[in-house]
Design a protein around this ligand. Structure first.
Ligand code: IPM
Ligand code: MN
Length: 354
């Protein structure tokens, strides 16, 4: 089997962390007997500044022919805030209809757990963030800009189709996890139209009598994630709330340097990325933690059907952290980016954590 993988290194630390992800992928391919070819795409700030092109629509047909996309990070202080992120990251999510943003939050070792009185085993959640509508729909705008009458409107859109498919995906995911527990996170008390989530969730729940259900408003969910993280197993939520609670979740698993995500449409080309940004100040310094990207490579392998390789990568990462061989998960000190990549590649070769 030869997988075709589109690679968007992007801006800031993106290309460096992606290099390490591909290093580990090469070892996984050799060990588990598959091949892959990559195609690099230049999207990001340098390409935009040189050509005026952010992300051409013509590339989508090419992406669809691939098995997966791997993205590093997008964002550069020289460019208008969020423009490239919307064109490239949100562009791919929306145009390729990658309606699930899968974000596992699992603490790898007791020493990493930042909550007093809690241990690693208390933090094992799978957040399923809706990824194609909500507050990210780009419906709205600014009227009478820079005048005293200025009006800013940002809509949140929830469709029956959009909510139902992600809720169903979440029930399926919950059903496959040992605890079989799914929490809906919303703010349907204050944002009343979010009540569509309440109704759809209850309807779909009837088809899954073996999955226990729960509900939390997003503000309370943030509180419970710190106070009682063990209360959460699988979580399904809106696009914006999923964005917010997974940065909180990242800190519960060792920080932004380790948190990975998959932008998924089952059966279609999906895109995998670390959840962190481009961290421009660390660019080119070999300081960024590549674990999040390596973990995204693992999610990508799981998605394309190489579950054993995916589990072996996760096992190697956990073992290296638990044994203290990767002691510092922040990006500002400790091991270099390529040293962490080498350690994971080496551990995978040796079968560490298998
Ligand atoms: C994320 C990021 C993006 C988001 C930004 C870069 C648009 O924060 O993937 O979580 O808000 O979805
Ligand atoms: Mn985010």
């Amino acid at each position: 089997m030869t997988y075709k993988i589109g690679v968007i290194g992007g801006d800031g630390i993106g290309p460096e962390v992606v290099d390490e992800g591909l290093k580990v992928l090469r070892v996984a391919a050799e060990k588990f007997g598959f091949d892959f070819e990559t195609k690099d795409y230049p999207w990001g700030a340098e390409h935009y500044l040189a050509t005026g092109e952010a992300h051409p629509d013509s590339v989508y047909s090419e992406y669809r022919e691939m098995d997966a996309l791997l993205l590093g990070a997008i964002g550069d202080p020289r460019i208008e805030v969020g423009m490239l992120e919307r064109a490239i990251i949100a562009g791919i999510r929306f145009k390729m209809d990658l309606f699930v943003n899968l974000r596992p939050i699992k603490c790898p070792a007791d020493d990493i757990c930042p909550i007093k009185g809690k241990k690693a085993s208390d933090i094992d959640m799978l957040v399923i963030r809706e990824n194609t509508e909500g507050a990210y729909c780009q419906v709205g705008g600014i009227f009478k800009k820079d005048s005293p009458q200025e009006v800013a409107i940002a809509e949140m859109i929830y469709t029956r189709h959009g909510v139902e498919r992600v809720v169903r995906y979440a029930f399926e995911a919950a059903k496959r996890r040992p605890r079989k527990h799914l929490t809906l996170v919303d703010k349907a008390n204050a944002i009343r139209p979010q009540e569509i989530w309440t109704r759809v969730f209850a309807e779909v729940a009837r088809e899954y009598p073996d999955v226990a259900t729960d509900h939390a408003y997003v503000d309370a969910a943030c509180m419970w994630m710190i106070k009682n993280p063990e209360a959460f197993d699988t979580v399904v939520t809106t696009n914006l709330f999923g964005d917010i609670i997974t940065d909180l979740g990242a800190v519960l698993q060792g920080g932004m340097g380790v948190a990975a995500s998959g932008n998924i449409h089952p059966g279609k080309t999906s895109m995998f990325e670390p959840i962190h940004g481009s961290a421009p100040k660390y660019k080119g310094q070999n300081k960024a933690n590549p674990i999040a990207t390596v973990a995204a490579v693992s999610m990508m392998l799981d998605h394309v059907g190489e579950a054993r390789a995916a589990a072996a990568i996760d096992g190697a990462i956990t073992e290296l952290i638990a044994s203290g061989r990767i002691p510092d998960l922040s990006s500002s000190s400790g091991l270099k980016t390529d040293e962490i990549g080498d350690l994971i590649a080496g551990a995978l070769k040796e079968g560490l954590g298998a």
